[in-house]
Design a protein around this ligand. Sequence first.
Ligand SMILES: *Cc1c(COP(=O)(O)O)cnc(C)c1O
Length: 539
Amino acid sequence: MLYPGDETVSGKLLRLRQEYFFSNASLKDIIRTFKKEHGENLTQMGDYTAVQLNDTHPALSVPELVRILTEEEGLYFDEALLTARDVFGYTNHTIMQEALEKWDMKLLRAVCPETAKIITLINRRLKQKLRDMGEARGDMHIIQGTQVHMANLSAYGSGHINGVAKIHTEILKERVLKDWYELYPEKFLNVTNGITPRRWMALANPKLSGLITELLGSDLWKTDLTSLEGLKKYADDDAVLERFMEIKAGNKKSLCEYVKKRSGIKINPDTVFDVQIKRLHEYKRQLLNILTVLEIYFELKEGSIERFNPTTVIFAGKAAPSYFRAKGVIKLINEVAELIDRDSDMKGILKVVFLPDYNVSYAEKIVAAADVSQQISTAGTEASGTGNMKLALNGAVTFGTMDGANIEIVEKAGSENNYIFGAAAEEIEEIYESYDPCELMEKDPKINRCMKALIDGTLDDGGTGMFRELYDSLTIGASWHRPDHYFVLHDFESCLETRLRLNGDTFYKKVFARKCWLNMCSCGDFSSDRAVAEYAEKV
Ligand SMILES: *Cc1c(COP(=O)(O)O)cnc(C)c1O
């Protein structure tokens, strides 16, 4: 029921009510517990209570706590605001402008009029503070025109602000929250995300868990993932690698049976499993993946690829309810899958599947069976990613860009054991103004024919205009963004080249398994236990 489409007023209203409901209910529960354990002096809340704002979705908690403390608990306004700052920490999870929540004051007044009044008071204090410091900085105001900026509300109301991977925290300091960093540098810190080894190894991959426990002589890795380091010494042990590969092969068979039962799709388990499983978004670039698959198909047809290890390219993920273009990408993936399926030359060589109804249970089965983890977001756009960690932990190599936590994964697991391509964040920044995707398309025959296929009838969008819209988004842009905003065509050639190099490497089964093994052994730092401990200590 959460996250309704918010393109309509009723959708927006429902979303805001959800945010207010959970904020209020959580705070009431926290205060009830506090009083039971620590008595009535709520100015001491910060000594015993920490509330982490997990993105801006619960940001209404800041004015709501101030409201409860002043109107219901008798504190002075300034006392209440200081208490809030002791209690709250703010974690930013994305730099996507459209995801930085802004609510209309009118809507807020309709849902929670008293809390809306407190927001006005908090904004007045912030503006006074900025005036006292001799700073104009209108971008920091919580209320701008009729809009309430939830990131500013969160930043002002919190004692600590963090990003979720090293590169992301740096981008927050340099760009997204630059003003806040200049005024409150001591508030900022990084806590790189993590995943729980109980779900993403012990539950998702029982056979590999068994091998790890056997080799380490205990299952303490389940609560101290760094002990996986101790398995690096088996990287050249043929017997261990053999068992490792057998386990992966078994997991692939299980996934194939599950997919067959659930969706009726038949996959050959004896192929390379190349997976991109994540929400659909332009910045995650499923479009780059499918366009390079299309080019590989054309090259296999014309015989210009000498040796190709049979591959199944697996996609899974949902699009937001009103994200038309993302649904166009799903349609495109399904149409390329059909084009290849219809071609008997491709049988046993190349297959594309889009698995519907992706969720966490599905993810558990896919990560245990993957050889290649697609993490190909435009450098500088993916805050951290956690799918990248799940797949690396289960022994897939990362095929990706220098973005989010990919950077830290590759730093730990070794660039020689992974496949990095594409422009770095600094390069993207440098070429940003002068980038011309049409020029690229005209000069590059590979890009040219893949783009043509979108509009010349090779691929059929059933008369919806979806593929023309994708074509236009890469070539002429739309009113609110520039052509090829996420540099798909810019990274096309290096993506394709690296992809074919990776495919060539998969022929050397032992060498490739060694890379997979070392990735698994290097994931110790990406446990959520480490992340939670860092929040507890630093925040
Ligand atoms: C882990 C996970 C995600 C996040 O994946 P990213 O690749 O980091 O975007 C999304 N959906 C599900 C179901 C997941 O398990």
